[in-house]
Every structure is written in structure tokens, then in C-alpha cells.
Design a protein around this ligand. Structure first.
Ligand SMILES: NC(=O)C1=CN([C@@H]2O[C@H](COP(=O)(O)OP(=O)(O)OC[C@H]3O[C@@H](n4cnc5c(N)ncnc54)[C@H](O)[C@@H]3O)[C@@H](O)[C@H]2O)C=CC1
Ligand SMILES: O=C(O)CCC(=O)C(=O)O
Length: 414
């Protein structure tokens, strides 16, 4: 039988198991198994050549029992309703794990910004905000960056919303440039969160970052800052990739050189003649593996080829359920996405708090608060997984879904 690659049904399965272990009934599962709101929009955009092209976009709001929904917007050709739905569910789990007063949301547009001009991307970004404006807002649903979106796109989206609202609304979106109310540290927060997760995982295995051999899939916002942090702490980055291929050097890649030369979409392999495939990247001999690109990369097909002792998921949904089981049986410590990649939304929350207060913190304050939340979450989830003899993904789902389920029960929704 071929394995289940469906992101929604595999997420539903673990959520069902987590709710069951927490003692909630079928009614709660029925409420939480799908987004409460899911909007599909068609966005006409005037292209530079004068023609009009219509794009499809989505915004999923998984559950707002705890508070407004929160989550990024992805611009990618593979975006579809299944992916956006699963991503919104994972955001609920992340917010629960790091104890933020939010539910999960996520958005996406089916497009390839790598083939569009900057003006076309701006018109598309503004059109998306107009299309979803009725269901989003600083106290309803707060977007942020994700794959192939960045602080410039957040700035256009914030401006469009502010123009419609007729007053400045910095709290409408996070991941903004600093001059528009962005937070210190938001650009590197996802990577810093992953570093904290790696530190904690390494400690449990008697290892340190210094001297470890690391492979990272993806060299965008998450992957490139991560590579830099680890490189500066004395790790050897022996493999790195982008959408077109991968680089491998057993002696360690020169991360500063790669950072200098990469483009804004995290592409770096085009600079080299000798590359390997993303598939081969996962087979490289290393101590720590970090998928930091797209979903369904570690499957039953390649889980047995992985050499790393620790896997920390910076990407959303990189490992299938079947592969999670294989890796757990092989004794590999897998730190799941909903914990390891929660640094981004944590600092997004800090950004929103600062916008609401109109008072801004230093990068040291931001990083200290981020570390406190992530170390606490890691300890709770690791200890739960050890005590109950379950993998860290199920432990993370139990911790992550609890607050939403309790809030829904108090509200009388289930
Ligand atoms: N940016 C953020 O704050 C957060 C991002 N994440 C997750 O981290 C992952 C990476 O996101 P970002 O770094 O923000 O995106 P990005 O757009 O900055 O970089 C994406 C990277 O993935 C590579 N990539 C794209 N398609 C690929 C493919 N088919 N095969 C292999 N590589 C491919 C790109 O070449 C690029 O290097 C995603 O799963 C995202 O959802 C998770 C939490 C927060
Ligand atoms: O920063 C945020 O609000 C959301 C980040 C995000 O989309 C994610 O963690 O996948």
C-alpha cells in the first residue's frame, strides 16, 4: 500500500489521537478537524504587458476559540487548498505550544513570483489583501511571511489594508520592515528558534553544535539564517540546497560566501557546476539534518537512508507519518515542525504586541523572550514524550491542541 502523503488527513489523524489522549470526545474532534473558515479568491492582476491574469488565492482560519487567527502567506506554484488547510492547522498547534493568544490561520496564492516583475508581485499582493479584507484584520486574522514572501510584500499588504481602513494599521500584518513597525529580530527568528531546538536536542544526545556536521534543505529565510548561526557556532554545514539542486562538501561549505551570493528566493546552486539532487542531499553522512524548504520530503522511501542522529524540522510538514514511525524506530531524535519552527510566529506575536503598544523592544529583549518560550516548550514536549513513551510529534500535538480544545469547550462549541 502506498503511504499517505495527504497533509490534511495525516494531520487529522494525529490531532484525533492527541484529543483522545487528552480525554476529549468525538464532538471536539469534529470541530477541530477542519478550518472554521476557508476563503477562495480570484485575483485579477494587470501584468506589465497590458494583459490581465487571474490568480487563485486562499485564506484558511482553522480555529479562533483562543483568539484571532495567525499565520503566513505563501506565494508558490504548488499552493492548493489541501496545503493551506494543513498549514492553518499546524499554526493552531504552534500557537498552543508556545502559548500565544491566537488560533491558526494560513494563506497562499498559486503563482511563481520568480517569473514575475516586482510591479506584478506588488499588484498581486495588494489584490490579495482587497480580496480577503472582510475576514482579516488586527483583531481577526493577522498574516505574515512564508515561502517566497518577504518584508517588502508585508509592507505593500499593510499599506493596502491601511488605505482601505483609512488609518495606519501596523498590527494588520507582521514580518514588516523595521521602519513600518516591524520587530527587531523577526527576520531571523524562525532560524533562531530552530537553533534553540537543535541546542536542546543535541544536549539530550550528549552533543554540541560546535563540531557537528549539519545538512540543511533550503537556503531562504529559515535555511540561510540557520546556516549562518550554526556556522558561526562552529558547526560544519556539509550540505545545503535550493529548489534546483544541492551542494555537498564534507569539509564544510563557506556559508558567508553563499550568503553574499544567494538571490532573494534563496537560490544558490546556480553558482556552481557540481551539484547533487535534493534526493541525494538527504543521504549525506551528517549528525544533524534540517529540512527547511517544503513538505513531504522525508518519506517511507528515504527514511532508512538518512544518516543523521537528530532531525529538526524547520519547514512545515517535511516528514510523513510513515517516515516519522521509521525514524522513531531507528532511534533518531526528531523535533517536529510545530515546535522547532515556532520561533517565527513567536516573534510575530511580539511584533503585534509592540504595534498595539506603540512601544518597541531591543533585539536582546526579543531574543531573550523567544528563548524563554522555546526552551520551556521543548522541555515540556520532550518530557511528555519520554514519560509516555510516544514520539515528540504526538507529544507536541497533545500540548499544542489542548488550549484550543479547552477554549472551545468553555465557549460551548463542543
Ligand atoms: N519564514 C518564516 O517565518 C517561517 C517559515 N517556515 C517554513 O520554513 C520553510 C522555508 O520557508 P522560508 O525560508 O520562509 O521560505 P523562503 O521562500 O525564504 O525559502 C524557501 C527555500 O526553499 C527552497 N525551495 C523552494 N521550493 C523547493 C523545492 N521544490 N525543493 C527544494 N527546495 C525548495 C527555495 O529555493 C529556498 O531556498 C517553509 O516550509 C516555511 O513554511 C516555518 C515557520 C516560519
Ligand atoms: O509569523 C507568523 O505569524 C506565521 C509564521 C508561519 O506562517 C509559520 O510558522 O508557518
Amino acid at each position: 500500500m502506498s503511504e499517505n502523503l495527504n497533509l490534511v488527513s495525516s494531520t487529522q489523524e494525529i490531532i484525533g489521537e492527541a484529543l483522545n489522549k487528552l480525554g476529549f470526545d468525538e464532538g471536539m474532534y469534529d470541530l477541530i478537524k477542519e478550518p472554521m473558515r476557508l476563503l477562495t479568491v480570484r485575483i485579477p492582476v494587470r501584468m506589465d504587458d497590458g494583459t490581465v491574469k487571474t490568480f487563485t488565492g486562499y485564506r484558511a482560519q482553522h480555529n479562533d476559540a483562543v483568539g484571532p487567527t495567525k499565520g503566513g502567506v505563501r506565494f508558490h506554484p504548488d499552493v492548493d487548498v489541501e496545503e493551506v488547510t494543513a498549514l492553518s492547522m499546524w499554526m493552531t498547534l504552534k500557537c498552543g505550544i508556545v502559548d500565544l493568544p491566537y488560533g491558526g490561520g494560513k494563506g497562499g496564492i498559486v503563482c511563481d513570483p520568480r517569473t514575475m516583475s516586482i510591479h506584478e508581485v506588488e499588484r498581486l499582493s495588494r489584490g490579495y489583501v482587497r480580496s480577503i479584507s472582510q475576514i482579516v484584520g488586527p483583531t481577526k486574522d493577522i498574516p505574515a511571511p512564508d515561502v517566497f514572501t518577504n518584508s517588502q510584500i508585508m509592507a505593500w499588504m499593510m499599506d493596502e489594508y491601511s488605505q482601505m481602513d483609512a488609518f495606519n494599521s501596523p498590527g494588520f500584518i507582521t514580518g514588516k520592515p523595521l521602519v513600518l513597525g516591524g520587530s527587531q529580530g523577526r527576520d531571523r527568528s524562525t532560524a533562531l528558534g530552530v537553533v534553540i531546538a537543535i541546542e536542546q536536542a543535541a544536549k539530550r544526545r550528549g552533543k554540541t553544535i560546535e563540531g557537528s556536521r549539519v545538512v540543511i534543505q533550503g537556503f531562504g529565510n529559515a535555511g540561510s539564517f540557520l546556516a549562518k548561526f550554526l556556522f558561526d557556532q562552529g558547526a560544519k554545514i556539509v550540505g545545503i540546497s535550493d529548489a534546483y539542486g544541492a551542494l555537498h562538501d564534507p569539509e564544510g561549505l563557506d556559508i558567508d560566501y553563499l550568503l553574499d551570493r544567494r538571490d532573494s528566493f534563496g537560490t544558490v546552486t546556480n553558482l556552481f557546476d557540481e551539484t547533487i539532487s535534493n534526493k541525494e542531499l538527504f543521504e549525506i553522512d551528517c549528525d544533524i539534518l534540517v529540512p527547511a524548504a517544503i513538505s513531504n520530503q522525508i518519506t517511507e522511501e528515504n527514511a532508512n537512508d538518512i544518516k543523521a542522529e537528530i532531525i529538526v524540522e524547520a519547514a512545515n510538514g517535511p516528514t510523513t507519518m510513515g517516515a516519522t514511525k521509521i525514524l522513531s524506530e531507528r532511534g533518531i531524535l526528531l523535533v517536529p515542525d510545530v515546535l522547532a519552527s515556532a520561533g517565527g510566529v513567536t516573534v510575530s506575536y511580539f511584533e503585534w504586541v509592540q504595534n498595539n503598544q506603540g512601544y518597541y523592544w531591543t533585539e536582546e529583549e526579543v531574543n531573550e523572550k523567544l528563548r524563554e518560550k522555546l526552551v520551556k516548550a521543548f522541555d515540556t514536549i520532550y518530557n511528555l514524550s519520554e514519560n509516555r513513551k510516544i514520539d515528540m510529534r504526538l507529544a507536541a500535538y497533545i500540548v499544542g491542541i489542548k488550549r484550543t480544545a479547552e477554549a472551545a469547550r468553555y465557549r460551548g462549541w463542543a
